[in-house]
Design a protein around this ligand. Structure first.
Ligand code: RFL
Ligand code: PHB
Length: 402
């Protein structure tokens, strides 16, 4: 419990109690440290578990620059790779490249969330800042008052953390969203009737990230390193990993990609396989009293736009700056405007992610009208430079509010 202010046995005093040690929670702790603000991070899983989760792979230009500003550039450049954009392929249609570089002058950055999480943990541990792993029974208390506190069980003992603010960075099913009275917050939600089944394979990837539409569903070829590839296919909601042997996965994936692409895909045994249901959630506002939501606890976007991690990073950038203004200057304007500022980017990301999801996935009960709309949008994309530029700008993400 180095660097934590122990008031008395098992009672800790900190400025910001952070629930959840995913990228949102760990980056927020880092940002606060850089402003001289102390925090305590609580995580219900072990560090090994959090660092082994395989999720996002693409960062926006502005997000990767922000991570550079916070000191993560050297690690990112060891493993990550700039990308001009993302390819869309479609059976019996021309390919379309979402040319982010041509239309916006920016580049996306291929960098796995797993590597970012490791870099965040390393920086945290090197600083000696507190991280309480494997906590249970986290409970938020008096959050509508000026003296909130968190109680939890850690290493078999009850602890209490007195704080000025609580940051809810514990994902969509965490305790923080459950601690907000339901009549206080609006929840906007959409479920999709399909999931993504993803595998990791030790084979060289395709040159470009490639989204594929096929009448039987979506597929994606993604990449992590020159020798590590990530592939996804759309599967019906409710499918389980056990239903999918490697052979069945590859058969479906290779059948979905046009032959000119599938013949370049190097298959092999999966080293990881997981399923994620697709859904959209936005909570408004992102604050209740002294509790602030950030990352997946505030919103979930379907992964088709590659926006979730980017939003988690921009949320905590706004929140960390707002806390800094409060502690350094006594200004409440940042914390008062946090929800409104963060929600602008969140809804922009929802809009893009929903449109790309509908363009590239096939709903089981899709009617011919919806199929015609999809075709009309793709035809527009292939022929109209304004549509190409608009999509590239949205995919690149809106600029961060300074
Ligand atoms: P996390 O990463 O889920 O971390 C939350 C942490 O909170 C802990 N926790 C608790 N701790 C203490 N007490 C409790 N009661 C707790 N309850 C929960 C959890 O154990 C966990 O460690 O949320 P965070 O930090 O907000 O980060 C969000 C991102 O992980 C997520 O948005 C992205 O992975 C989304 N995403 C993508 N985002 C991108 O920007 N680009 C992409 O290319 C991209 N691809 C993806 C994705 C997500 C995917 N899945 C799995 C849905 C691809 C996929 C397949
Ligand atoms: C990934 O690399 O895992 C990835 C890339 C693009 C997406 C989603 C996930 O839209």
């Amino acid at each position: 419990m180095k660097a934590m202010k122990l008031i008395k046995d098992n009672v800790i005093r900190t400025q910001v109690a952070i629930v959840g040690a995913g990228p949102a929670g760990m980056l927020l702790a880092h940002i606060l440290r850089s402003h001289g603000i102390d925090s305590v991070v609580m995580e219900r899983r072990t560090a090994e578990h959090v660092q082994s989760r395989i999720r996002a792979g693409v960062l926006e230009h502005d997000t990767s620059n922000l991570l550079r500003e916070y000191g993560f550039g050297p690690k990112m450049d060891q493993i990550g790779k700039p990308k001009n954009g993302t390819m869309i392929v479609w059976e019996s249609e021309e390919d379309h490249f979402i040319d982010v570089h041509k239309w916006t002058g920016k580049r996306m950055f291929a960098y796995g969330q797993t590597y970012l999480t490791k870099a965040l943990y390393e920086a945290h541990m090197a600083s000696g800042a507190p991280l309480l792993e494997s906590v249970s029974d986290v409970t938020l208390n008096d959050i509508a008052s000026e003296r909130p506190y968190v109680t939890a069980c850690h290493e078999g003992r009850s602890i209490r953390i007195d704080c000025d603010f609580i940051a809810g960075c514990d994902g969509a099913r965490g305790i923080c969203v459950q601690s907000i009275p339901s009549n206080y917050q609006r929840v906007f939600e959409k479920q999709y009737p399909f999931s993504w089944l993803g595998i990791m394979v030790e084979r060289p990837p395709l040159e470009e990230f490639t989204y594929c539409f096929h009448n039987s569903g979506f597929a994606l070829a993604a990449q992590r390193t020159p020798t590590l590839s990530r592939y996804y296919i759309q599967v019906p909601a409710g499918n389980r990993v056990e239903d999918w042997s490697d052979q069945r996965f590859w058969d479906v994936l290779l059948n979905r990609f046009p032959l000119r692409i599938s013949r370049k895909i190097q298959t092999g045994p999966s080293i990881e396989k997981s399923i994620a249901p697709l859904r959209s959630i936005v909570r408004e506002p992102l604050r209740y009293g002294r509790l602030f939501l950030a990352g997946d606890s505030a919103h979930i976007v379907p992964p088709t736009g590659a926006k979730g991690l980017n939003l988690a990073i921009s949320d905590v950038h706004y929140l960390g700056t707002a806390f800094s203004d409060y502690f350094k200057r006594g200004s409440t304007s940042g914390i008062d405007r946090y929800s409104e500022i963060a929600l602008r980017r969140i809804w922009a990301a929802q809009s893009l992610s929903t449109r790309l999801t509908m363009l590239l996935h096939r709903c089981p009960d899709e009617d011919p009208f919806e199929s015609k709309l999809r075709q009309a949008y793709y035809t527009l994309l292939l022929s109209d430079e304004t549509a190409q530029s608009a999509l590239a700008h949205e995919y690149a993400g809106p600029p961060l509010v300074k």
